[in-house]
Design a protein around this ligand. Sequence first.
Ligand code: NIG
Ligand code: FE
Length: 409
Amino acid sequence: MKTVLENIGLLATPEGSAARRGHEQGEISFLKNAWVAWEDSVITAVGSGAVPAADRRIDAHGRLVTPGLIDPHTHLVFGGWRQHELGMKLHGVSYLEILAAGGGILSTVERTRAAAKEELIEKAEKELHKMLCRGVTTCECKSGYGLSLAGELKMLEAVQELKARQPVELVSTFMAAHALPKEYANDREGYLSLIIEEMLPQAAGRGLAEFCDVFCETGVFTPEECRRVLLTGQKLGLRSKCHSDEIDPIGGTEMAGEIGAVSCEHLIRCKQSGIEAMAKGGTVACCLPATSFYLGSSFAPARQMIEAGVPVAFGSDFNPGSCPCSNLPLAMNIGCYRYRMTPEECLTAVTLNAAAALCRADSLGSVEPGKQADLLVWDAEDLNYIFYRFGDDLVETVIKRGEIAAQNS
Ligand code: NIG
Ligand code: FE
């Protein structure tokens, strides 16, 4: 079926099928009085003026249209919440202190292990619906709250089932190296062997994940341990991601750049050597502004990354500990203000560069012929407006794979 989205006041989109770096990150194509045509789920033409014939017409009412938002970093599937940590946090107990005392990630592990798969699915589905209504059309989901073969597989299977149950496109990441589980507290080597010899081959062999991620942090996993896990993942066909420099810069980003990781996550304390390693490794810097906001920490040196030619993406980092907020438009607004990135640079960060962080820049992340028809109509007349009205829900219509997936009015 041929569809046309017509009466677009302003179409704003990055262009291309690869991550945009340096000054290119802020180069957005703007088209006034535009239309977008697609057949089935693939965009066939974009133009302004005379609108082509179509079987179905959707009216954008003169509003702003952008590509669908892509959230390249979430911990979507988990049991329970951790609101009890808020008081500790306000009294100055740090994130790593809570984890070292057996709380934090480990308390979510207990709740996730105890939950039935269907329970995890229903909880995640509820959150995905909110994300969709706020414009997220593609979302990455990490495992990492099972920390046992059965627990990790349960999380990954939950993501597989969610793919078929709702419209948001999901990308699955295996992250058993998220914390050392209690039963291995005195046997790091034993847990690493379990990941390398059993979990990774099963997750990859059953096609349950595309990426492998690790938490490279003081008191969690060292760069050398992370390298072993990520290289095993690569041999099994899983592309690498690395949580690094979130709290301490211990060399994770440098290691990840060296092994050609697709993206590094957090990067709050990233050093110049880390930035250079990402530039050399062709790694996308996945910055998580809402996490810095919630942790009350500093913000990643995103401007230096752009200057060094490292493509910057933004994710929500939705999880029950360091960022219990799945609102990607809010994260993108915080990123704009605190990283001092322009609306144009930020739009690229949540569309084309986020697609590149998921190895999908050839099919997602921009409004161009050949790309998937994932589009948003915003209650806004220009791009600045959606970066200025922080905290508001401005997405009006969400089109996913060419179909209206959500309509807020
Ligand atoms: O990206 N830092 C490690 N992992 C998550 C937080 C997980 C949690 O606290 O439950 C993050 O911030
Ligand atoms: Fe994370």
